[in-house]
Design a protein around this ligand. Structure first.
Ligand code: UD1
Length: 441
């Protein structure tokens, strides 16, 4: 198993580039199943969740050509299968997007319950609500564990035809909103989805599908309207093929992670290829801590630095659906707060169990107490290196940042979590002065 070894204490300085968004691409790749023509997807991050998505597409019968770095041509014309192999479905959360996409494509889908980071209960009742509203029968298939205890192991969907409906989600859910879009895009009639999530990746999925011929409006607001279409072929007339290219939106969370890494090391970093307004709430909380964050809107750059002698100040963070502070930035932000003078409070309002990283940060000298729905952090003068693990994807990002800011050596195990969502993180951080290596044990 490989690990990351960081010699902390280097100020990060210079220029770093953000990759395409993980949470967009893991929906856009399944969405290619809905197309009637091949397409090219660009700005695809080199992360293990993408490799799993591509493996699922191939296993279903899609043809995939790797055209160059981050660019894939995907042709799904010959896909006949509707079953996502269990070994892939269980490796990531976003495998559930294949349920919506396959249902929309062929009226049938089957997949094992998705895996991914454990952040507490991750129900899919709102996804099923959307599928059923469009006319699908949903069957939850029970498996038995070694002790003979039953649990829902897989989901099967079947619809003779999909018909539009008015869907009101009971919970603001990114995944359910995406799946409702994927399954409604080719349904008969006009579907309205209310109480939608508004994350940038939802807008990106809608933009991609619209570019390929869908009629989706309202993505990025609480109400999305979808006029069903019978075909998705861009501008190509029937019988002809026009291959369109679509570039995945920049990763908001990767950008935010670099912003905090720059700040925590008291560095001076230009983060390129971002959409500054996606980062507004992150930037606002960082500014409250005394970090300088300047968005250069027309140039897609955010500049993060710390004034000489400035001490970080405590602040409070409440995670919320977009445009609020992203839960996926909560562990990274905790590192900055651990280095900020005074008492900070974090309230986690999305996931019930997103604080496993706290134990790791404590090993590095952080002073953090857990509360019922959050954490209280008392700032310390500095962190020190330790042997820690990446408990999940963003928890892994947090210990990387802590290691960069700490004195001494930090060794991080379980880095497969980090590689699910960060493209070339070692090379990128080395490029701005970090002393970080991937070491084979
Ligand atoms: C997505 C992101 C994840 C992020 C999360 C919140 C992907 C691949 N993952 O996860 O990184 O942390 O959004 O921004 O994009 N819920 C239900 N029933 C459902 C679905 C969700 O009760 O059917 C609840 C969840 O328990 C949670 C809340 O809704 O409390 C938000 O979950 P959701 O937005 O669906 O998260 P994911 O799409 O799984």
């Amino acid at each position: 198993m490989d690990k990351l070894v960081i010699q902390g204490g280097n100020r990060l300085t210079g220029d770093i580039y953000v990759s395409g968004a993980k949470n967009s691409v893991v929906a856009i790749l399944p969405a290619t199943l809905l197309l009637d023509v091949p397409c090219i997807i660009e700005n695809v991050p080199d992360i293990s969740d993408v490799k799993i998505c591509l493996s699922i597409l191939e296993s279903l019968g899609a043809q995939i050509d790797h055209l160059g770095e981050g660019t894939y041509k995907i042709s799904c014309e010959y896909v006949r299968d509707y079953e996502v192999p269990e070994k892939y479905a269980q490796k990531m959360r976003a495998s559930y997007y294949f349920l919506g996409a396959l249902l929309g494509r062929c009226g049938r889908a089957k997949a094992a319950m998705p895996g991914g980071c454990y952040l507490g209960e991750r129900p899919i009742d709102q996804h099923l609500l959307a599928f059923e509203a469009l006319g699908a029968d949903t069957t939850l298939i029970e498996y038995k564990n070694d002790d003979g205890v039953g649990y829902v192991g897989a989901v099967e969907l079947h619809a003779k035809e999909l018909n539009a409906n008015h869907i009101t989600l009971n919970v603001v859910s990114v995944g359910a909103t995406m799946n409702a879009i994927l399954s409604a895009v080719k349904a008969h009639g006009t579907t309205v989805i209310e109480n939608c999530a508004r994350e940038p990746h939802i807008v990106d999925l809608a933009n991609f599908l619209n570019y390929m011929g869908a009629h989706i409006s309202g993505a990025g607001t609480h109400k999305i309207t979808i006029e069903g279409v019978s075909e998705l072929r861009g501008n190509a007339a029937e019988g002809s093929v026009e291959i369109r290219s679509y570039s995945v939106v920049p990763d908001q969370i990767e950008a935010g992670t670099f912003m905090i890494a720059a700040a925590a090391t008291r560095g001076d970093v230009y983060i390129h290829g971002v959409i500054p307004h996606h980062l507004r709430d992150i930037a606002d909380r960082m500014a409250e801590c005394g970090v300088e964050v300047e968005a250069i809107e027309n140039e897609d750059i955010v500049h993060v630095y710390v004034k000489e002698g400035a001490a970080f100040q405590a602040t409070n963070v409440v995670t919320e659906p977009y445009p609020g502070f992203p839960t996926d930035m909560q562990p990274q932000m905790a590192v900055l707060l651990a280095l900020s003078e005074g008492q900070s409070n974090i309230t986690e309002s999305v996931w019930e169990d997103r604080f496993k990283y706290v134990e790791e940060l404590r090993l590095m000298g952080a002073n953090i107490d857990l509360t019922r729905d959050g954490a209280i952090i008392w700032g310390v003068n500095g962190l020190h290196g330790a042997k820690v693990k990446a408990c999940d994807l963003r928890a892994g990002a947090a210990v990387v940042i802590a290691g960069l800011a700490a004195t001494g050596t930090t060794e991080i195990t379980d880095i497969h979590h980090i590689e699910r969502g960060y493209s070339h993180i070692v090379e990128k951080l080395r490029g701005i002065g970090a002393d970080i290596q991937r070491v084979s044990e």
